[in-house]
Design a protein around this ligand. Structure first.
Ligand code: ZN
Length: 312
């Protein structure tokens, strides 16, 4: 796992992050957008790429057009999702008319889109000219590549998706769908909220401890804000046993969640080798100059897009 393997690309007035391990494939396009550039104003100022209430639709469309043009992906069809922190995963292909078709995992029938993207949190494809995307503003975007089979995936993982093992399931679906060998696959774990800024309630600690045998490694103690609290600070496991379940963040944080660690653990469990996993390590909440952050800026903030596709 290397943290140095991400760089910022500046082109056509926009900036995005790229992962060196993925950038070396000439047949691949990938990027993690930042908020730099773009036409949006106000709370979503910059390159907002999500259709949110605080922005005009035409601004988002113009931002997306500029982003794809800067990437050299203007001829690509952008595949998107209505993300709901689930484990719904789709394989994206084209129908006879050339329009995008989304095949739900385990279903032979395509999602009937009627122009709307399907509800889910991960996409995969082996077809050229399709740009898979996930939107984030604190959650972790993950891009996956199988260089042997030339197949790619994009995953959206927040604490709920992490809990439901969305990352592991996506790798499993790449195995089943494309015959991918996880030992050959590469993963780029993009910018998301880091433990420095991600305090969670006891319901999150409890949920993870119920589903992962060694969930302690995903949590850090709450940072003491006062000397008196420092003296009484406890580990999540201890505090969990001393309070009734269901205590929410409103009653005080129980721990800080390391979402990237959850993602990396699942990539490893799915069979990826540690040297093939690159982690950005940048915190969306600490770097408001670079990123939109739901936790830092509230619900009125914009969205970044992580994209990956195979060149025709
Ligand atoms: Zn932070």
């Amino acid at each position: 796992m290397a943290r140095q393997r991400f760089g910022i690309v500046v082109r056509a007035g926009l900036s995005w992050l790229e992962c060196a391990a993925l950038a070396r494939f000439p047949w691949l396009i990938h990027a993690f957008s930042t908020r730099r550039g773009g036409v949006s104003r106000g709370t979503v100022s910059g390159l907002n790429l999500g259709f949110v209430g605080a922005d005009r639709r035409r601004n988002v469309e113009e931002n997306r057009r500029r982003f794809l043009a800067a990437l050299g992906a203007q001829g690509f069809s952008l595949a998107t999702l209505r993300q709901i922190h689930s484990t719904h995963i789709y394989q994206v292909t084209r129908d006879k008319a050339g329009k995008l078709a989304y095949l739900a995992a385990g279903s032979p029938l395509p999602h009937r889109s009627d122009g709307n993207p399907p509800v889910g949190d991960a996409l995969l494809t082996e077809e050229a000219g399709i740009l898979l995307s996930v939107r984030t503003a604190d959650c972790v975007p993950i891009l996956l590549v199988d260089p042997r089979r030339r197949a790619v995936a994009a995953v959206h993982a927040g604490w709920r998706g992490g809990l439901a093992r969305i990352v592991e399931k996506t790798v499993g679906l790449m195995r089943a769908t494309f015959g991918s060998d996880p030992r050959q696959m590469l993963a780029a774990v993009g910018p998301g909220i880091q433990p420095c800024c991600y305090e969670v309630g006891e319901e999150v600690v409890a949920a993870y401890s119920g589903r992962f045998t060694d969930s302690e490694r995903f949590f850090c103690p709450v940072l003491p804000s006062k000397p008196s609290e420092a003296a009484t600070s406890r580990s999540p496991a201890v505090s969990l046993s001393q309070h009734p379940p269901g205590r929410s963040l409103a009653t005080g944080p129980a721990a800080r969640l390391d979402l990237a660690a959850v993602v990396v653990a699942q990539l490893r469990a799915a069979g990826l080798s540690a040297r093939n996993i690159a982690v950005s390590g940048l915190c969306t909440a600490c770097r408001a100059d670079l990123f939109f952050s739901h936790r830092k800026e509230g619900g009125g903030t914009g969205r970044m897009l992580a994209v990956i596709g195979i060149r025709p």
